[in-house]
Design a protein around this ligand. Structure first.
Ligand SMILES: Cc1ncc(COP(=O)(O)O)c(C=O)c1O
Length: 560
């Protein structure tokens, strides 16, 4: 029999047991209430609350009641008038009450588990404040759970209660990670919300604070410099613009081809692979989430160069929660990746971003092919080629990947076709790797304007080749401008530059904040694995001059 603890919502049967246990503990044991003939205790709040229970060997070991703000009535109302409360109770205030552990399980982790489950419940439902009235004798359990006693005590029968409260983010912030690990190991978590609060990944795109993400002032898009994201500095091919503008009303109101069939055919022909080697998606981000969550479990092992595009560490460690080993790239070696160092067995997946972000470093195709021939067959290799066309489309491993059992190319069309807003991307691999993913891809995965834009872009390679050539010139110009400001620029093959800030100077966060005051958005790379550095996207010539001017001002200001 599974002796492990289970944590779940109380069923109707559990409720009967809970009401009997309440009588047992609060009437018979603590004498808060008189005993009654039914030997059950329940009250009006039981109509709207939920109970979370911890069950061991099919028997309830403890429970806690959670009252939602829906009816605006809490147990604490019996003891304190609202004007007497040291804080306001509003529609985001939840009450946790009757934390109870049956006698034989006291002193263990049941109480902590119940309190954590209650916090997760409130947090996941958008609660902001937790209030609680706790017995004075078990005050420490509440304090340990992050609640603050407010010094108000009330009597119920012969039992003394205290008012406690806390704000959900502060309670979350104060959680001891080692206790959380212990709880997670000990419990079978059967609540419909995840044990861990889902984490958010930090991205660029802060410039939308200036433009307004409600789009009321799109005219501002021309007055901010969004060098914190790596969108193309050039517009999409004129063919893309004319196809979209000529047919826009129809494109917006019409359902697209269900499986992006025409887009797939065009990609396959442009890349010289079979159409069943292509799986489309609304941006490579959607494909990263689709594929990695399908293929990996918390028991998987992944090897990831560091630094690398931050979304990978996020989804692997925070979403899938698998084990990730880092292959640390050294600044002394300009973050170059020696692929031979990746030849280790025991990994389910190796992730490579080539060219890498935020460094811009690139490993040549012949070197990578030699490495991929040696990788153990059981290890899948995911190569993210978001920026490869800036190096040269002949550097892509798409045609090689389709001949292998364990190589997947992830190809965004955002940054090299100037289509970040259209959300077009695809995976390219041997069909057997895409079969299952295809069956869980929703219909109409890419919007009709997106599909039309992707097709028109792929049919105009000459336009883009010229833009990539110009990008190299502009990157050299930006690099010279940054070096002239005493920044240590890492050589890059893509449309962005990583630069280290002077060791004794102000922090990356300071510089980023000051640039923002001048309408320039750049990226602090500390949460991408490179500290005291910033990443700046290549822009057109006048914008580079403007960016250099702003940085000169900001850096001079900092030195003064
Ligand atoms: C390396 C890399 N991969 C994937 C993406 C996601 O791109 P998208 O979802 O627009 O295709 C980005 C975006 O910055 C990136 O830098």
């Amino acid at each position: 029999m599974d002796r492990r603890m289970r944590c779940r919502l109380a069923t109707d049967d559990d409720r009967n047991a809970i009401y009997a246990l309440r009588h047992e503990v609060y009437a018979r044991e603590l004498r808060q209430h008189p005993e009654n003939a039914e030997e059950r205790l329940s009250d009006s709040l039981d109509r709207d609350n939920v109970y979370v229970v911890v069950v061991i060997d099919e028997a309830i070991a403890g429970f806690v009641s959670i009252t939602p703000p829906r009816n605006g009535v809490y147990s604490v109302d019996k003891y304190l008038r609202r004007e007497e409360m040291p804080f306001a109770l509003d529609e985001r205030t939840w009450e946790i009450r009757i934390l109870t552990v049956v006698a034989e399980h006291r002193g263990g982790i049941v109480a902590s588990l119940l309190m954590y489950a209650a916090l997760r419940w409130v947090e996941a439902h958008g609660g902001r404040r937790i209030i609680s009235i706790g017995r004075r004798e078990v005050r420490e359990i509440y304090v340990k759970a992050g609640l603050t006693p407010y010094g108000r005590e009330f009597q119920s029968g012969i039992v003394s209660f205290m008012l406690m409260s806390g704000l959900v983010p502060a309670i979350r912030e104060g959680i001891d990670r080692s206790i959380l690990t212990r709880l997670e190991r000990a419990v079978v978590w059967d609540l419909a919300i995840p044990f861990h609060q889902p984490a958010e990944c930090f991205h660029g795109g802060a410039f939308f604070e200036a433009v307004g993400d409600g789009f009321e002032r799109l005219d501002r898009s021309t007055s901010v410099i969004n060098a914190d994201v790596l969108d193309a500095w050039f517009p999409p091919s004129p063919d893309v613009i004319s196809a979209l503008s000529e047919y826009l009303p129809w494109l917006l109101r019409t359902s697209p081809p269900v499986g992006c069939e025409g887009m797939i055919r065009t990609i396959a022909s442009a890349r010289g692979v079979d159409h069943d080697c292509i799986l489309p998606g609304a941006g490579s981000s959607s494909l990263i989430y689709l594929a990695l969550r399908e293929w990996l479990t918390p028991r998987s092992r992944v090897l990831l160069p560091d630094p690398a595009y931050g979304e990978y560490a996020h989804i692997l460690e925070k979403v899938i929660r698998c084990r990730v080993d880092r292959l640390v790239l050294s600044r002394d070696d300009q973050y170059r990746l020696n692929v031979q160092r990746l030849l280790r067995s025991g990994y389910d997946l190796i992730v490579l971003v080539n060219p890498n972000s935020p460094t811009g470093g690139h490993v040549r195709r012949d070197e990578l092919e030699a490495f991929l021939r040696e990788v153990p067959a059981k290890t899948l290799v995911w190569i993210d080629e978001t920026y490869v066309d800036y190096v040269g489309s002949e550097q892509s491993l798409e045609q090689f990947a389709v001949t292998r059992e364990n190589v997947v190319i992830c190809k965004s069309m955002s940054k090299v076709y100037a289509l970040s807003g259209a959300r077009c991307a695809y995976l390219c691999a041997s069909p057997h790797l895409l079969e299952t993913l295809r069956s869980i891809t929703p219909p109409w995965a890419v919007s009709l304007p997106g599909q039309v834009a992707a097709v028109a872009a792929l049919r105009d390679p000459l336009y883009y080749a010229e833009r990539y050539r110009q990008t190299h010139e502009l990157r050299a110009e930006l690099s010279n401008a940054l070096a002239a400001l005493d920044l240590d620029v890492v050589p890059s093959k893509a449309n962005f530059l990583l630069c280290h800030l002077p060791a004794e100077g102000p922090s990356a966060a300071d510089i980023v904040a000051r640039c923002r005051e001048h309408g320039l958005f750049i990226r602090d790379t500390s949460n991408m694995g490179v500290s005291h550095a910033v990443r700046i996207a290549v822009k057109d010539h006048p914008t580079i001059e403007q960016m250099a001017g702003i940085l000169r001002k900001v850096l001079a200001l900092q030195v003064a």
